[in-house]
Design a protein around this ligand. Structure first.
Ligand code: SAM
Length: 292
């Protein structure tokens, strides 16, 4: 431990006061003030000086400085312009930590990885703003970025959803898409008391280890997404109702039932009972029938 670490309540309050910083709830600003949790996050990412890290939302740099001590290059993407002068100050001991101003959802991350990391293996490590957790994770996964792993602090319920098994209440479209690309595990559960200000919910650190190739072979990833998203459209409805309403349309009900029969899936099942393999087989058969 270094007594000037940012992630202590005293130092964080000192920095906030020095700059007169006021939190914007709309940007999901909850800053971490617990060094043990930070250790767990950084260890889970398995960084080395040969590797790089992308952080989404550095805030005042609590996690960024930890990443900079482990990784050879850090790029931190921050949307809130008011934080830029603070980060310039707090990260001044770490010249290999670079802050990029902007909205991560609008950014071309493939180019950023290519331009800034000199071929290093890259992890995404972040305490994510809760209001955009799912779109950020979907972007990171669907764009097939060359990432080694993703370690993120997110709302506990969302972490449980991403690590869920078929048939469980938490299993949903996001689960299937995440597990298609990655193996997921929950590193630790985090009480809300370790943030300033405290959020209303508990959090968890989730790790996604990106697979070398997706969990199942699919002819078209785009079709796989469409089938998965359609199947979970309305949770209480059967698979066939969701597929009719959200994908095929009533006029192609017979064709859809015949596809389900060929693939051996009972149309009365609910989307949440299908394994990733079954979603893969279903989407492949739809593609082979000429798509939609
Ligand atoms: N990393 C810091 C920590 O752990 O203390 C701050 C985490 S805070 C939960 C989320 C951060 O994400 C804030 O700094 C916020 O301004 C930033 N943020 C919110 N939306 C963003 C977006 N779309 N793109 C980039 N950064 C964003």
């Amino acid at each position: 431990m270094n007594n000037r670490d940012i992630a202590t309540p005293t130092r964080t309050r000192e920095i906030l006061k020095k700059y007169g910083f006021t939190f914007k709830k709309s940007l999901g600003q909850n800053f971490l003030v617990d060094l043990n949790i930070l250790d767990k996050i950084v260890q889970a990412a398995e960084l080395t000086p040969e590797k790089g890290a992308i952080e989404i939302g550095p805030g005042i740099g609590a996690l960024t400085e930890r990443l900079a001590r482990e990784a050879g290059k850090v790029v931190a993407i921050e949307i809130d312009q008011r934080l830029l002068p603070i980060l310039k100050d707090t990260l001044s001991p770490y010249p290999h930590a670079e802050v990029v101003h902007g909205d991560v959802l609008e950014m071309d991350l493939a180019s950023l990885i290519q331009d800034k990391f000199d071929g290093r293996r890259v992890s995404v490590v972040a305490n994510l703003p809760y209001y955009v957790t799912s779109p950020i994770l979907m972007k990171l996964l669907e764009e097939r970025l060359p990432l080694e792993n993703i370690v993120v602090m997110i709302q506990k319920e969302v972490a449980e959803r991403l690590a869920a098994s078929p048939g469980s209440k938490a299993y949903g479209a996001l689960t299937v898409l995440a597990q298609f690309y990655a193996e997921s595990d929950i590193v630790t559960v985090v009480p809300h008391s370790v943030f300033i200000p405290q959020p209303n919910v508990d959090s968890a650190v989730l790790r996604l280890r990106i697979r070398e190739k997706p969990a199942v072979d699919v002819d078209s990833e785009a079709m796989f997404y469409r089938v998965v998203k359609a199947s979970f459209g309305q949770r209480r409805k059967t698979l066939s109702n969701n597929l009719i309403n959200n994908l095929f349309g009533k006029e192609r009900k017979e064709g859809m039932l015949s596809i389900l029969e060929q693939v051996g899936i009972d149309p009365a099942r609910r989307g949440e009972t299908l394994s990733i393999k079954e979603f893969g087989e279903l989407s492949n058969l739809i593609s082979r029938h000429g798509g939609l």
